[in-house]
Design a protein around this ligand. Sequence first.
Ligand code: IVH
Length: 727
Amino acid sequence: MAEPSPPPAELAARAAALRAELAEHAHRYYVLDAPVIPDAEYDRLFQALQAIEAAHPELLSADSPTQRVIGRVLDGFAPVRHAVAMLSIRTETDTTEGGALAFDARVRRELGLGEADPPVEYACELKFDGLAINLRYERGILVQAATRGDGETGEDVTQNLRTVQQVPLRLAGKPADWPEVLEVRGEVYLRRDDFEALNERQRQRIAAGARNEKTFVNPRNAAAGAVRQLDPAIAAQRPLSFFAYGVGEVRGWAMPDTHSALLDALAAFALPVCADRSVVQGASGLSAFHAAMGERRDALAFDIDGVVYKVNRRDLQQRLGFVTREPRWAVAHKYPAQEQITRMLDIDIQVGRTGKLTPVAKLEPVFVGGTTVSNATLHNEDETRRKDVRPGDRVIVRRAGDVIPEVVGGVAHDPAAGDPPERAAVFDLHRRLGGRCPVCGSGILRPDGEADWRCTGGLFCPAQRKQALLHFAGRRAMDIEGLGDKLVEQLVDSGRVATLPDLYSLDVDSLMGLERMGERSAAKLIEALTASKQARLERLLFSLGIRQVGEATARDLARHFGSMDRVMDASVDELLQVRDIGPVVAASIRTFFEQPHNREVIERLRQAGMRWDEHAGAETAAALPLAGRTLVLTGTLPTLSRDEAKARLEALGAKVAGSVSIRTHAVVAGADAGSKLEKARQLGVPVLDETALLALLDEPQTFEALIQALRPPPATLPAPGSTIENP
Ligand code: IVH
């Protein structure tokens, strides 16, 4: 048989170019959060590479983006002896400014600095709450990932870390610039939103009867579990993230002179480095960083348990050296904990918007994650039992970011620690409520395969009615300013409003006379209600409070079907055609629109004058008028908020990107637009102001004509001021 002919040189070059291009786009997408090509374009490049590799397996390389493969199930982790020990750092537990001052004083003393000497320069970073990992790159290629273990020997978790999209399989830049060996040290972690989504999925699995599944106490435990998961397929379902913060063994590379320059160099190799870091001078700089990040802590996408200070200059680090297993040049400065132990006084049951009955722990007030918490969710009956927490017990409460505080577990019963001698009975929601909704007295039931008990009262139940109205009025729903919980309470209790459309029969007179409602605020509310009648279909779909339909699903529905009538009449099979909609969601939507009273709500909203954008016939996103168009928003627009502009463009199928490139079709610029506008001008990308944007949103089919008209003239055209003959 003839030898297969070697792949032509241009094919090898093409594969290499595709790999480089894909790695660049993946880095922009996963690390920089600033993609410049549509997902579909990425998929196309990916498939092109896959096709070449399938035809010519000899062209396959371990660093190919197609090789973030999920390998076989492991039967254990091989030990990895670290070339350079993975140390830990000293922790400053004084969470006030004192912690920063103490570290600076120690560093100055050990360096022999006097009062007259200048301040020491520090690199400040966040202390990520995850799991330490060593990534080993040999000549630019990721060859091994290991956990810290005992610092000397860790475990080989290469297979699992290869599934982490943020970890480059091959360093960016020119091969000539790659170190012979570069060990990157950093933290794998789970973002809070990814953690919440993971736990929600776990709860659903458990409710559906899955055995051997559990929810995770916090993102750190979930991340650690994923890294040490023997089945890489399961690890890959937990979307881990990574931040680099230092190096281990380095060979054949000129190390930068400072820690901050080292991190810059790692970022240039396409390693994810957290942007929240800074170089400061002296103790005042340290405590300013500690305070500033303390303020931002809740707004971060991930958990931190403190900040880390490092002497910036490497020569000074070397002079300071180590004590036992800790460097003298670095310290962790903590923040107040996001988990605390407190006593659970009782379990209350709250009725939600969809009648869901949620057990809520009443706690002895405790300061956690920056605020005093006295209520925390227990999620549902099974969770409460699985954690085996009962009134009178001491429990662990977690509050991180703006996530609702929750009880994550109990503390072993111990009368010597003040626990009551006898524990309360195992939690039984039905018995506890005597089988009746605590608000309206209707029966409660827990459908097979579901985690939650529900009140059967529907909109007869005032609690559900109130929650439904609040949801409808919410900022991300119809955004009716002024319709808050106090007012909804009064409107429902006084009988003025029972269903959503009733809101639109309110007038200034019927509002006045309510508590704390003057003529001005009444008029303002009516104004907000009137404004809300110009709605977007996706917002309205979300506002209706259909179970299982969040913002993303509402948007997908609006894009897929294009009109309310088509959504209302869609069969389960048709609903299953929508991206990301599975049988549970489809059934829920179908059930909702099968109820005559829900259809009546839509009809009455129409009669009240509500209008929403419809583009009937839009079968798929690709058929939307702005599909395939990429726009960038920059600066402050006179009337539209950035979110609003983005949402409206996306509803028409456009992609709104974070940075300007030659692939950008247009830039929308408002006041104080900066570098993006500059870039657009350089690249000759058309620039729209808000007036032009509004015109475009009204008549998206004019997009091509509009950007043609706005495209800056090529430089060879006559300069402004010279006469051009009109055609
Ligand atoms: S530096 C020799 N920087 O905290 C210095 N560690 O003991 C080595 N951590 O588990 C550590 N964020 O994984 C450093 N920005 C950061 C960090 C950080 C989190 C973890 C680290 C280790 C512990 C430090």
